[in-house]
Design a protein around this ligand. Structure first.
Ligand SMILES: [Zn+2]
Ligand SMILES: [Zn+2]
Length: 633
C-alpha cells in the first residue's frame, strides 16, 4: 500500500485499526504530523512500540499528547520537574504551553534533563501529563533566539490553528492524479541572487527558495512572481534551503500579500533568516533602497515556519514528500530532496553547497533514496574556478597575520556575519590553541550575534566542534576572541598592540569594516585581508583592483584617504563548492540522476558547467533561463 497520498480520513482509519482506541480521545493534524491525544500517557510510554509501529506503517511523525483533563496543574508540575531533574542540569526556565500541552524546559546540560535512555523525560510526562520539550540555554546570550522563543510561545494558540489548517490541506483529497511535474525558475537562473523556483504538479504548487538580489538596483532585485499568474493563496508550501538573503530575503513580502501557508526549513535557518532579514530592512533604509515590507511581516512569517531536522521526512502536499539534508554551506543549510507523485519523480536541489573540508561543517550529503533530476548551483562552476585547497589558504592567512604582527600592525578582515566569520574564527582558534598564534581577535558588527546562534545548535556543527562543546570546551568562547562594543571601537584602533579585527560588512558596502578601514588605511604596517567574494562595484572589489585613494569627509572637508596598508586576497575560504568539487559531487551523487539543471551562477559559468556535466557523466543537462518552464515528467 502506498501511503504518501493518504487523506486524513484514511489516516484515522489506519490508526483506529492499529492501536487501543479506548486510550485515544482525539486524532488531529499539525502540519505534516499526526497528533494523538490520550487519556493514558503512561501506557504509551511503557509500550513505546505501539506508536513506533504506527509511525512506520503511516510513514509519518506521530506526536503523543495528554488530553486536557489529564494535565497536572502548572505549579505542582513545576515542583515535580524541579524534583526529578538533577540540579547540575542548571535549569534556566520552565514554561507551560496549554495549547500544545507541552512544557518547555530550558537548561544548560540537556543530557541531564533527558536522563539515561530518556528516562527522566518519560518520568516527567508520566507524573505530570505534560510532554517535556527541551531548549538549550544559548552558551552565548542571543537576542535573536530569546526573541524568537518568546514570540513563538506568545503566539502558540495562533500557531496551533495554523498547523491544524496546514495539516488539513496536506492530507486533503487530491483532485487529480499526478501525471506531470514541471519547474520554472522565477529568479536565480543564469545569475546569482533572488533564487526562486516554482515546482508544480496537477495538484501542487510549491516554491523552493524566495530570495532577493541585494546588489541589484533595478527590477532584477526580486523574483518574478507575477509572471507565473499564480495566485499567492494557491501556493501550498515554501521550502527554504538556507538563511542567506539571496534565498529567503523576499519571504516577508509574500505574507504582506496574502500568503498564509507554511515555510519549511531547519531550525538554525529560521533563526539566522530572521537575523538577516531584520538587518536587511535596517541596511536598506540606511541606503535608501527600501524593501517592500517591514518587520511586521517578518514577525507574521515566523508563525508559519515549520522546522524539520536533517533526514526527517515530511509530507507537504498530497503528492510531495520533503526531506532536508546537510549542504555544508552555512549553519543549517539544506539540500532539498522531493519525492513527487508516489514514486513518479525525485528531485535533488542543492541550494548553495560545499563538497569539501571546512572547519565548521561536514561536507554536503550525496546519498539519496532516489534521484532523477539534480538541480545544482554553479557559483564557482566556470572553467577556471578552482580554489586553492583549504590547508594552503589557512597557511596563507596565518602567515599574513604573522608578517603584520612583525611590523607592529593590525589585520582587518571584512567578513559576512554568517558563515565566513565563524569559519575564520575556528581557524584562528585552532592556531592559537597550538600556540602558533597569540594575538587578540576582535569581533565587530553582527558577528557576535550570529556566533551566538551557532553555539546554540552544536548538533549542526562538525563532529569535533560538537564534541568539544559537549565536553565543556566551547571554541567560540576561547580567550582569543573579544566582542567590540561600538563605543569602544576607538580603543581597538588606537591601541599600540597588533591585533586581528573581524568586521562586517563582508564587501565593505557599509558598517564597521568601512569604519575600521578609514582609520587603518594610511598606516603601511596594517593589512586588509579579503577572504570572501567581493561583488562588482563594491568598495571591497575596487580596493582589490588596486584603488590608491578614496575621498572621505574629515572635519567637514572632503580629503583623499591614501591606501597605504597592505591589501591581500586569500582565496580558498569560500562556502561554495568550487569547479572541482561540483564535478566531484556530480560524479559521487547516488543514485545517478538522469538530468541536471544548472542554476545559481553567472550565465557563462552555468552554461559551461551544463556542457561539462553532459560530456563527463551523460546527464541531460541545461542551464535554464528565468521563466523557462522545464517539464521533468
Ligand atoms: Zn548561500
Ligand atoms: Zn546563494
Amino acid at each position: 500500500m502506498e501511503v504518501s497520498s493518504l487523506e486524513f480520513r484514511e489516516i484515522k482509519r489506519i490508526i483506529e485499526k492499529n492501536i487501543p482506541m479506548e486510550k485515544i480521545d482525539k486524532i488531529d493534524l499539525e502540519g505534516p504530523k499526526v497528533v494523538l491525544y490520550t487519556n493514558d500517557i503512561e501506557f504509551f510510554i511503557d509500550n513505546d512500540n505501539e506508536i513506533r509501529n504506527l509511525a512506520t506503517l503511516l510513514k509519518k511523525r506521530i506526536i503523543l499528547r495528554s488530553s486536557a483533563d489529564k494535565l497536572m496543574d502548572v505549579e505542582s508540575a513545576r515542583k515535580i520537574i524541579l524534583g526529578i531533574v538533577p540540579e547540575e542540569a542548571n535549569i534556566s526556565g520552565i514554561e507551560f504551553d496549554p495549547n500544545f500541552k507541552e512544557v518547555y524546559i530550558e537548561a544548560e546540560k540537556l543530557g541531564l534533563v533527558i536522563g539515561k535512555h530518556g528516562q527522566t523525560l518519560d518520568e516527567i510526562a508520566k507524573k505530570t501529563g505534560w510532554i517535556p520539550k527541551l531548549l538549550r540555554k544559548p552558551p552565548i546570550e542571543s537576542e535573536t533566539i530569546r526573541g524568537i522563543r518568546k514570540s513563538l510561545f506568545e503566539s502558540s494558540d495562533k500557531r496551533l490553528r495554523i498547523l491544524q489548517r496546514v495539516g488539513k490541506r496536506i492530507y486533503r483529497k487530491p483532485t487529480s492524479t499526478c501525471d506531470w511535474v514541471r519547474i520554472t525558475p522565477l529568479g536565480g537562473a543564469r545569475e546569482v541572487g533572488r533564487s526562486c523556483f516554482l515546482l508544480q504538479t496537477p495538484e501542487s504548487n510549491v516554491l523552493i527558495d524566495c530570495g532577493i538580489n541585494t546588489a541589484a538596483t533595478n527590477n532584477n532585485r526580486f523574483p518574478d512572481l507575477r509572471a507565473t499568474k499564480l495566485e499567492i493563496e494557491n501556493l501550498d508550501a515554501i521550502i527554504i534551503s538556507h538563511a542567506h538573503l539571496d534565498h529567503c530575503g523576499f519571504l516577508p513580502y509574500l505574507y504582506k500579500y496574502g500568503y498564509k501557508g507554511p515555510i519549511y526549513c531547519t531550525e538554525p535557518t529560521r533563526d539566522l533568516m530572521l537575523l538577516l532579514q531584520l538587518d536587511a530592512i535596517e541596511v536598506s533604509e540606511r541606503e535608501d533602497k527600501e524593501l517592500p515590507f517591514s518587520s511586521n511581516e517578518i514577525k507574521k512569517m515566523l508563525k508559519y515556519v515549520i522546522t524539520l531536522d536533517y533526514n526527517e521526512v515530511a509530507d507537504i502536499t498530497p503528492d510531495m514528500r520533503l526531506t532536508l539534508y546537510n549542504a555544508g554551506h552555512i549553519l543549517g543549510s539544506a539540500i532539498v530532496h522531493l519525492h513527487v507523485g508516489d514514486g513518479l519523480h525525485n528531485i535533488v536541489y542543492t541550494g548553495d553547497m560545499k563538497f569539501g573540508d571546512t572547519r565548521l561543517l561536514e561536507a554536503a550529503n550525496y546519498e539519496f533514496p532516489r534521484v532523477e533530476t539534480l538541480i545544482i548551483e554553479s557559483t564557482y562552476g566556470g572553467r577556471y574556478d578552482t580554489q586553492p585547497n583549504r590547508r594552503d589558504a589557512e597557511k596563507e592567512l596565518i602567515n599574513t597575520i604573522k608578517e603584520t604582527v612583525k611590523r607592529g600592525g593590525k589585520v582587518l578582515i571584512p567578513v559576512f556575519a554568517v558563515g565566513r566569520s565563524q569559519e575564520v574564527m575556528m581557524v584562528l582558534e585552532n592556531y592559537s590553541r597550538f600556540e602558533e598564534l597569540e594575538i587578540p581577535v576582535f569581533l565587530d558588527g553582527m558577528i557576535w550575534e550570529a556566533t551566538a546562534i551557532h553555539t546554540s545548535y552544536p548538533e549542526y556543527l562538525k563532529r569535533n566542534i560538537r564534541r568539544r562543546i559537549f565536553n565543556g570546551y566551547n571554541p567560540f568562547l576561547a580567550d582569543t576572541f573579544e566582542k567590540v562594543d561600538p563605543k569602544k571601537r576607538d580603543e581597538v584602533i588606537e591601541s599600540k598592540e597588533p591585533c586581528v579585527i573581524l568586521a562586517t560588512s563582508g564587501m565593505m558596502t557599509g558598517g564597521p569594516s568601512v569604519e575600521y578601514f578609514r582609520r587603518l588605511a594610511e598606516d603601511s604596517r596594517n593589512t586588509l585581508a579579503f577572504v570572501g567574494y567581493q561583488a562588482e562595484g563594491s568598495l571591497g572589489r575596487r580596493i582589490q583592483n588596486g584603488l590608491a585613494e578614496i575621498p572621505i569627509e574629515r572635519n567637514g572637508r572632503t580629503v583623499a584617504l591614501k591606501i597605504n596598508m597592505h591589501v591581500k586576497t586569500i582565496d580558498g575560504f569560500s562556502g561554495h563548492a568550487d569547479r572541482r568539487q561540483l564535478l566531484g559531487y556530480s560524479k559521487k551523487i547516488t543514485p545517478r540522476p538522469r538530468r541536471a539543471l544548472i542554476i545559481h551562477g553567472e550565465e557563462k559559468k552555468a552554461i559551461n558547467l551544463a556542457m561539462t556535466l553532459h560530456e563527463m557523466f551523460g546527464f541531460e543537462s541545461s542551464a535554464p533561463q528565468n521563466l523557462d518552464t522545464i517539464r521533468l515528467v
